[in-house]
Structures are given as C-alpha cells and as structure tokens.
Design a binder for this molecule. Structure first.
Ligand code: 5GP
Length: 120
C-alpha cells in the first residue's frame, strides 16, 4: 500500500508488539526500532506511538509541533545510544515522490558509515 490512505500500517502492529522488532528506545510517546532493511550499519526508525493524522510530514498541523520536536530529540537519544553522535543523519521521506512506503510518520536515523549528500 504505497498510497496515503489513512489506513493502519505495519507500524501499528510493531507498536502493539504483535509483530517483532528490535527496539532500541521507547518512552510514552515514541518507539525506536531497527529498520528491517538497513541502509547503514545503524538504521533505526523513530515513530510516534499515536499517529494522530501524521501519516506523513506533509500532513503535519500545528497540534503536532510537540510530538515533532519530541521525535527529533528522541533521534538524538538513539544516536547517543548507538554510539554515532560524531556523525549521523536523520531523514524523513514525505509522500510518494520521496519514496515514502509506510504512511505512519517515521524518522530514519542513519550512521556508522560515511554519508554522501544525495546527488540525485
Ligand atoms: P519509508 O520508505 O516509508 O521512508 O521507510 C519505511 C521503512 O520501513 C523502510 O526503510 C523499511 O525497510 C522499513 N520497514 C518496512 N516494514 C518494516 C517492518 O515490518 N519492520 C521493520 N523493522 N522495518 C520495516
């Protein structure tokens, strides 16, 4: 389902622990777990536990400001826990042209290798 239908996604099952994931950080608002198809030695997804309409960043509204800030700060905590504070990247793909595939907002935290600025 590569369209933003608003339907529940696989991440709801991960939050509910109905399907397994490797959790690296969790608090009352966010869950961080390893990407199943890692693009770097460290590749963690940070997601809100309550999607509240945040299928993609492009749908963010003023009420989401606090959770957006919390997700970004949680990404720093993940980078610290993973030992990549010297250099890491946080990516949000928003919408089909950006190749978003799961319509539950998520931040990719990537590190452990030299990053290259996207040439494409
Ligand atoms: P997007 O392309 O939407 O920005 O990123 C979605 C990410 O979710 C992809 O990197 C993909 O590998 C990851 N992903 C999709 N399904 C699962 C899953 O069931 N478990 C985990 N851990 N990651 C998943």
């Amino acid at each position: 389902a590569n369209v933003d239908s608003g339907a529940p996604t696989i991440f709801d099952k991960i939050i509910a622990k109905e399907i397994p994931s490797t959790i690296v950080y969790e608090d009352e608002k966010v869950l961080a777990f390893r990407d199943i198809n890692p693009q770097a030695p460290v590749h963690v997804l940070v997601i809100p536990k309550f999607r509240d309409g945040l299928t993609q960043l492009g749908k963010a509204e003023a009420r989401h400001e606090e959770i957006l800030g919390h997700l970004l700060y949680a990404s720093k905590i993940v980078a610290e826990k993973e030992g990549i504070l010297d250099g890491f990247r946080v990516v949000i793909n928003s919408g089909p042209t950006a190749c978003q595939s799961v319509y539950h907002l998520h931040l990719h935290v990537l590190g452990g290798r030299q990053m290259k600025w996207p040439p494409g």
